[in-house]
Design a protein around this ligand. Structure first.
Ligand code: EPZ
Length: 417
């Protein structure tokens, strides 16, 4: 198993260019199966999760070509309806293929995506929305069999603004008869990116980014090319790398609007941040301030995907901070690893009380999930001595060349077998 070794104490400086958004490109790649057309997607990040999605498209019979950060998908030859079980278990978000496949073929078989490191992650809202659109869905022996002779537009009220359920409903509704209205929809920017891609292919969607999304079903899509939005979580992670080392980093290729909640909290923790619309400079403080309360919330609230990273920063803050994780049931697995490094963290259910210490010390740690892994590398950048982070594959699901980019910024870091 590969591991990252980092020697802390270096102040990071320089600039980093943010890659395309993992959580935008995955639903967009799922959407390429709907139209029996050719889709060319630019700014595709080179990530393990994108590799899995590429394998799924190929397994369904699509032609796929990939070169650097571009992916071309021809979904005309698609001739399968079953998503390979091993690929679903590798990437649970492949469940968004359900909506896309129902729109294309009216039938899909997918194994139940188990929970993962951050919680059981049920899909009840996905299935409820697809049933309301007219799909017959049976669940047996760990598989979901979904069929829809005809998808019909309807009104969907989501119990919670679930990103995946919103995406599945939009994908299925693009070819439904009539108009679908999705209320209490998730407002994440990645859903706006999905809308923009689909509309460029001929769909008729409006309202993405607000809590009411309207989809008018259409009969066909045409060939499309599209550039994915930048990854706001990767951007936020590099911002924390500057904040935690008292560094000075320019983060390029961003959408500043997507980062406002992260900017506000990093300013509260003492960073100076200057920005225009597609890049920002962040100057970290000598020692971070504590933050009285951070609550993770659906967009535009503070992102749950930045919770682990900001916790790393707050472990060395001047004072005590409180972090409330309201989105996922079990997303504090990085806390026990940070404690090995000398952090003072107490967990009370979904609330973490982080008492800042003067300095962390390097330790042998294990990444348990994607953002938790990134958090441990960030903590290692500031810790005294050597930190080892095992199970690097978690990190590579969501970060392209993470340790190389940090090395370019001055970190003493390497990846070993
Ligand atoms: C997406 O996951 C992202 N993944 C996650 O990013 C992100 O943390 C999450 O949205 C929230 O922003 C992708 O886009 C591929 P949800 P998703 O449905 O769609 C519960 C990362 O690090 N829920 O909004 O799975 C669910 O258990 C990843 O890049 C139900 O109960 O998130 C969770 O507690 C991690 N029933 C909450 O809602 C359902 O049917 C939010 O989940 C669906 C969800």
């Amino acid at each position: 198993m590969e591991k990252i070794i980092v020697e802390g104490g270096r102040r990071l400086t320089g600039e980093v260019c943010v890659t395309g958004a993992k959580n935008a490109v995955l639903p967009i790649l799922a959407a390429t199966v709907i139209g029996a057309n050719e889709s060319t997607i630019f700014n595709v990040p080179n990530l393990k999760d994108v590799d899995v999605m590429e394998k799924i498209l190929l397994s369904l019979g699509c032609n796929v070509k990939r070169m650097d950060n571009m992916m071309w998908v021809d979904s005309k030859p698609l001739d399968k309806i079953k998503i390979p079980e091993d690929l679903v278990s590798e990437m649970r978000s492949s469940i968004i293929l359900m909506g896309a496949m129902l729109a294309r073929t009216g039938e899909v078989v997918v194994s139940y995506p188990g929970g993962c490191e951050i919680g059981p992650r049920p899909i009840d809202m996905h299935l409820k929305a697809l049933r309301e659109l007219g799909a017959d869905i049976e669940e047996s022996h760990g598989f979901i069999y979904a069929k829809a002779a005809e998808l019909k537009g309807c009104e969907i009220q989501l119990d919670y603004p679930s990103v995946g359920a919103t995406e599945n409903a939009i994908l299925a509704a693009t070819r439904a008869k009539g108009t679908t209205i999705i209320r209490n929809a998730a407002r994440e920017p990645e859903i706006v990116d999905l809308q923009n891609f689909l509309n460029k292919a001929g769909a008729k969607i409006s309202g993405a980014g607000t809590s009411v999304v309207m989809v008018e079903g259409v009969d066909k899509f045409h060939d499309v090319s599209y550039t994915t939005m930048p990854d706001r979580i990767v951007a936020g992670t590099y911002m924390v790398a500057s904040a935690i080392t008292g560094g000075e980093i320019v983060v390029k290729n961003i959408v500043i609007d997507h980062l406002q909640a992260t900017i506000a909290k990093l300013k509260e923790a003492g960073s100076l941040i200057y920005y225009d619309n597609d890049s920002l400079k962040i100057v970290g403080p000598k020692r971070p301030n504590s933050i009285e309360m951070i609550q993770t919330l659906p967009y535009p609230g503070f992102p749950t995907d930045m919770q682990a990273q900001i916790m790393a920063l707050l472990t060395i803050a001047n004072g005590t901070s409180i972090i409330s994780e309201t989105v996922f049931e079990n997303r504090f697995k990085h806390a026990e690893e940070l404690i090995k490094m000398g952090a003072s963290i107490k967990l009370f259910g979904n609330v973490a009380v982080v008492k800042g210490v003067k300095e962390l010390t390097g330790a042998k740690t294990t990444a348990k999930d994607l953002r938790g892994g990134a958090c441990l590398v960030l903590a290692g950048l500031a810790a005294k001595g050597i930190t080892v982070v095992e199970n690097v594959y978690h990190i590579e699901r969501g970060y392209e060349n993470f340790h190389e980019e940090l090395r370019k910024l001055g970190a003493e870091i390497r990846k070993v077998e």
